[in-house]
Design a protein around this ligand. Structure first.
Ligand SMILES: [Fe+2]
Ligand SMILES: [Fe+2]
Length: 375
């Protein structure tokens, strides 16, 4: 297929333009990859919808100074044109790749593409429905970035003969409703943990280029800076209303931190060959990402999880074992398999409660949330 003369998502200046380009390419996309992206389980990326009117009613005056700086930086668009293949894009030998690695890596790319696109769809919808100039401008800028990110991952997938039909996903994937405050916690965290994940892999591969088995990792540094800015925006949104980060909401914050960290741990341990190829121990990687994310979220959350508590590592291990047993039991039928499934589900729930009940660490939140990427 010749796409030399077609426009590229990396150059799109609005989300609408980015999606139109995706749509043109969709005829090349594959059913199998789209089906994987369509899955809705506790561990796969979901699409979200919310009360857009409530979100639109936010008044950013209390954080105006920081807000204007952040928006100006996003409007200047330092990554325009960045997310496309260039001379740094080495040839990938998909056919020569170890089949187990190929399978896990494609799963990683599909899952990442779905997560990027999930942000794009939510942000675009907010921009479309809102009337508040500050809010619609921010969401337009973030949707623009996520459309580029998803488009770039799909470029990588197309070389392997698979790609996700993003237009079909928008129409057909189930949307989960979250009230706005849960959107803030979940989305803020996914942006910051996204930053921490990308930068940790990028720095590791700078030290160990021999493990860089695919060129997409070279793009992770600028990529994570986009996610960092998105996280900054959500921190500012939460800063406008102190109730969001105090009182009983602190328990919700603890819940989301625990759920997001635990999901990442279980999900990463499902890809042992992928992590071995990167030369990364998933336990080390997970801990690194939790340390960085905890440090970042201190900008707005008054608590962090006690990830050095021995119960934390032990609980994650139990959760992962229960999840692996659950996967195995799902492969077979019959009463025995059903009993194994129920036992595994109960153990997973107990392990999660165990993690959630570890005492949290409290601290004072700074007056200004603003941070710069420092890792
Ligand atoms: Fe992104
Ligand atoms: Fe993002």
């Amino acid at each position: 297929m010749n796409m030399q003369n077609t426009r590229h998502t990396a150059d799109a200046t609005t989300v609408e333009e980015g999606l139109a380009i995706q749509e043109e390419q969709a005829k090349f996309d594959s059913t199998a990859a789209t089906e994987v992206a369509m899955q809705n389980t506790l561990l796969t990326p979901r699409f979200y919808t919310t009360d857009f009117d409530e979100l639109d009613a936010i008044d950013v005056s209390p954080v105006r100074e920081d807000w204007d700086k952040l928006i100006a930086q996003m409007v200047s668009d330092p990554n325009k044109g960045h997310f496309k293949k260039n001379a740094d894009w080495d040839k990938v030998d998909w056919d020569g790749m170890d089949p187990a690695l190929r399978k896990e890596f494609i799963d990683f790319l599909i899952s990442s593409c779905t997560a990027e696109f999930s942000g794009c769809v939510l942000y675009k919808e907010m921009k479309r429905r809102g009337k508040n100039k500050d809010i619609t401008q921010l969401f337009q800028l973030m949707a623009r970035d996520e459309a580029r990110h998803a488009g770039f991952i799909n470029d990588a997938l197309r070389e392997a003969g698979v790609a996700v039909n993003l237009g079909f996903l928008t129409q057909s994937k189930k949307y989960t409703y979250f009230r706005p405050k849960f959107i803030y916690y979940a989305t803020y965290l996914s942006e910051k943990i996204g930053y921490a994940r990308y930068i940790t892999i990028f720095r590791h591969l700078q030290e160990h280029p021999e493990h860089r088995f695919h060129p997409i990792f070279k793009w992770f540094e600028e990529w994570c800076n986009d996610e960092f800015s998105h996280g900054e925006a959500f921190a500012l949104l939460m800063k406008t209303d102190p109730r969001l980060t105090s009182g009983t909401n602190v328990l919700w914050i603890k819940f989301f931190l625990t759920a997001v960290f635990a999901t990442m741990h279980v999900r990463d341990h499902q890809r042992p060959v992928f992590h071995a190829a990167l030369g990364v121990d998933p336990d080390w990687y997970g801990h690194e990402v939790f340390v960085k994310t905890s440090a970042l979220t201190k900008q707005i959350f008054p608590i962090t999880l006690d990830i050095d508590n021995p119960r934390w590592a032990a609980g994650l291990k139990r959760l992962q074992k229960a999840n692996a047993d659950l996967d195995n039991a799902r492969q077979s039928k019959g009463v025995g398999a059903m009993a194994r499934r129920m036992s595994a589900q109960a153990r997973a729930a107990t392990a999660f409660v165990g993690l959630f009940t570890i005492p949290m660490k409290k601290h004072r939140v700074p007056d200004s949330t603003r941070m710069v990427p420092a890792y």
